[in-house]
Design a protein. Structure first.
Length: 220
């Protein structure tokens, strides 16, 4: 069911807790060598309820294999010279080494491949040594507001094979990698399911059914 798998080595930090998401991701991004450590599984099966793929149960997965010595120190706040370009303006620091960058509404993969490709190419001119991951999102304030928002927004709104880019990306004998930060496009796509929004009137009717004498009394 998981389409993003982050692997760390026990011996690198025996006290690392995978439930401490910020610390776990920091540990991984401190060690991730993006020229080598990203491994894609394309055109494979995904969860039935996952709407990011290009067909029922059809999508991709990616492995971030981050084992070994620490190779970078992540920045803990947004660099003062972090660039903004047309279509990529508002940016927020989420956690050590992770930036949220707000962009325009997603149009199509044909358009966005060029837009994100151009953005990735322009970022090569900046010092991004302390940043391991850049998230392209619809609302940077929302994505950066909490860990839960970040996890939900990024990992449920992206299909790895389609939505991962990278600064200085390359393909070498069918292996994809990048020389700068990994970029994940976590914007809402036209084929995604609509948001599930609660209806207060429906909730009130259900609550009445749970009252004594109602058909759901004692059940809910």
């Amino acid at each position: 069911m998981a389409k993003y798998l982050f692997i760390s080595a026990y011996e690198d930090d025996p006290h690392l807790d995978i439930h401490d998401i910020p610390r776990f991701l920091q540990h991984c991004l401190e060690r991730l060598e993006p020229t080598r450590d990203l491994h894609f599984h394309t055109r494979t099966t995904i969860d039935t309820l996952d709407y990011t793929g290009d067909g029922l149960n059809a999508g991709s997965k990616v492995v971030f294999a981050a084992a070994g010595e620490k190779i970078r120190t992540l920045v803990t706040e947004k660099p003062k010279d972090f660039p903004s370009f047309v279509d990529f303006q508002a940016s927020k620091f989420i956690m050590p080494g992770i930036m949220a960058v707000e962009s325009v509404v997603f149009e199509s993969y044909t358009i966005e491949n060029k837009r994100l490709g151009d953005y990735s190419e322009r970022l090569k001119d900046y010092n991004l040594d302390g940043i391991g991951l850049i998230v392209i999102c619809d609302n940077a304030d929302f994505t950066a507001a909490s860990v839960n928002n970040f996890v939900w927004d990024v990992f449920t709104k992206s299909n790895p094979s389609h939505d991962i880019y990278g600064v200085g990306s390359f393909i070498d004998n069918k292996h994809w990698g990048c020389r700068g930060p990994v970029i994940i496009d976590a914007r809402k796509k036209p084929h995604h399911a609509p948001e599930l929004i609660k209806d207060s009137a429906v909730e009130a009717r259900v609550d009445r059914l749970a009252l004594p004498g109602g058909s759901l009394f004692g059940i809910i």
